[in-house]
Ligand binder design. Structure first.
Ligand code: SAM
Length: 261
């Protein structure tokens, strides 16, 4: 059988990963169950993907640089990152998503790990990180983002850039007005939380949406943080809306720049 991807113990000499959470509502279990339909039902349409990745590339440090793709999934963004000159490593909790990713024409190192735990990489080994298309929306607790920010600060060099695309609190507020993921029924469960149930498999996953203040508190010990709105208006001319009105946008781009330590 071909070797598709590395378990953390194969892939690294640094750090220990806690055992993977594969309980029924965990990201690993959810994405394993929908992996076969991910690109069709959840992935972005090609043109929009290209537009988004053009913008992501425009804020990354210049290549060459080692880049960690958190929640690499089926690897939709890999061709853009490789074409941009980055040395890409993908990490994902779902073995089924990674198996699909491993079939891509241009293979990259893939690691099966949970990014809310210790990251299985050495200190100062990356110049950039991305976590795109809502990948960080399933934090297991209120402190998880702080832990991830500190782990990413450990494994990146000063000046590194980390870009996240995330639903915003305005997205949660819009749920009452009928906004939902395609293919998913969304039920709000709290001020910053909801549950998404996949319409085809009935698998569900918890979603936690940090406020701008929560992003800043979690990241600012090590990172300078900019939040920009995404959405139809924000994409005009491939510009992010960097002004105070980002709060009304249903998706945010969070751009974090690693300070000198
Ligand atoms: C919405 S998909 C995005 C995939 C890809 N980045 C894209 O834009 O198409 C989120 C991915 O993040 C992974 N993921 C979610 N939580 C994770 C965690 N705690 N650790 C590692 N991967 C995780 C999921 O398995 C899934 O493949």
């Amino acid at each position: 059988m071909p070797r598709d991807y590395d378990r953390p113990s194969d892939a690294t000499r640094a750090g220990e990963c806690a055992p993977m959470d594969c309980t029924s509502r965990s990201p690993a279990a959810f994405f394993d169950s929908i992996a076969g339909r991910y690109e069709r039902s959840y992935g972005l349409e090609g043109g929009e993907s290209r537009r988004r990745m053009g913008w992501v590339l425009s804020v990354l440090p210049p290549p060459p640089s080692r880049l960690l793709d958190l929640g690499v999934g089926t690897g939709r963004e890999i061709p853009f990152l490789l074409d941009g000159g980055y040395d890409v490593t993908g990490l994902d909790a779902s073995t089924a998503m990674l198996e699909r990713c491993a079939r891509r024409a241009r293979p990259i190192p893939l690691v099966n790990a949970d990014f809310w735990n210790t990251l299985p990489f050495e200190d100062a080994s990356f110049g950039a990180a991305v976590a795109l298309h809502g990948t960080l929306a399933h934090a297991p607790d209120d402190d998880a983002l702080t832990r991830l920010a500190s782990e990413l600060a450990r494994i990146t060099v000063a000046g590194a850039v980390w870009v996240s695309e995330m639903p915003s609190p305005a997205w949660l507020d819009d749920l009452g007005r009928g906004a939902a993921f395609e293919g998913c029924v969304v039920r709000r469960t709290g001020l910053r939380t909801c549950v998404c149930e996949d319409s085809a498999t009935s698998a569900s996953i918890d979603v936690r949406v940090p406020s701008a203040q929560e992003w800043r508190v979690a990241l600012e010990p090590q990172w300078d943080v900019d939040i920009a709105g995404m959405g139809p208006d924000a994409f005009a001319g491939n510009r992010a809306v960097a002004s105070e009105d980002f709060r009304s946008h249903v998706e945010w781009r969070v751009i974090a720049r690693r300070r000198q330590s």
